[in-house]
Design a protein around this ligand. Structure first.
Ligand SMILES: C[S@@+](CC[C@H](N)C(=O)[O-])C[C@H]1O[C@@H](n2cnc3c(N)ncnc32)[C@H](O)[C@@H]1O
Length: 228
């Protein structure tokens, strides 16, 4: 049976940049959290005013996208059957490898704490089998490493193709990567678009990344005959 590799691309996940570390809202936030700004994640929900002049601000500071997407992807029959691999590629070219057995906390603040610990230590949990690992890697390097037969990108800018058809196709392959943008607005970088063999729009309106991930996995399960 084919394996599905889902990569969240250019995910809006990063530590607070030093260029805004002295903004009053960041100073207040780091005092409240009791950490240095370079140990805290940038989050538009808390840092809207501090980050609004950053380059590509509309594509940055959304750890909630990663949280919700992981929650939706991991609690699926496909993952429980060992047929799903999830990776988070961040906009700064870091890659988070996700162990399929991890139970992601539903509590958002605890999730932020876990990812901040991951950035500091390189893997978590600290004194047990690592369930999340982070390393420097471009998307091209990740795609080479996961060794897939096809790379399918999903985007509002792709050509329209019903998801059922896409999944009937890709479920025939032994290993296929589906790429979903981990950012709230905008388009993939050109260099990333060049890594995709096909680019599809699967619904006429824009949906959130976690909703797309959930629909892809479910349709892939249907096409593979593991859910009905
Ligand atoms: C909130 S969207 C980002 C918006 C972006 N303008 C785009 O090009 O799709 C996050 C990701 O969800 C996926 N997505 C959202 N709606 C989609 C659709 N109708 N068809 C295919 N992919 C979609 C894409 O991978 C997109 O990068």
């Amino acid at each position: 049976m084919g394996k599905l590799i889902v990569i969240l691309v250019e995910a809006a996940l990063e530590l607070i940049p030093t260029s805004i570390a002295d903004h009053p809202s960041i100073l207040h936030y780091k005092r409240k959290k009791g950490k240095r700004s370079d140990q805290l994640l940038l989050d538009r929900a808390y840092h809207h005013f501090a980050m609004k002049h950053l380059p590509e601000a509309e594509k940055r500071g959304r750890p909630d996208i990663i949280h919700l997407t992981l929650l939706n992807m991991l609690n699926t029959p496909l993952n429980k059957r060992g047929l799903l691999e999830c990776y988070i590629h961040t906009r700064e070219d870091k890659v988070i490898q996700v162990d399929p057995e991890i139970r992601i906390t539903r509590h958002y603040d605890r999730f932020l704490g876990l990812i901040e610990q991951l950035y500091t230590l390189g893997e978590v949990p600290p004194a047990a089998k690592p369930l999340l690992k982070i390393e420097d890697s471009t998307l091209a390097q990740l795609i080479e490493k996961v060794n897939v037969t096809k790379v399918v990108g999903l985007s509002m800018h792709g050509s329209f193709r019903p998801l059922k058809e896409v999944c009937e196709d890709i479920s025939q392959l032994p290993r296929v990567a589906v790429l979903i943008g981990g950012f709230p607005k905008g388009q993939y970088k050109k260099t990333h678009l060049q890594l995709m063999d096909e680019l599809y729009k699967i619904y006429r309106e824009r949906l959130d990344a976690w909703s797309i991930a959930c629909r892809v996995i479910h349709q892939f399960e249907l096409a593979s005959g593991i859910s009905f």
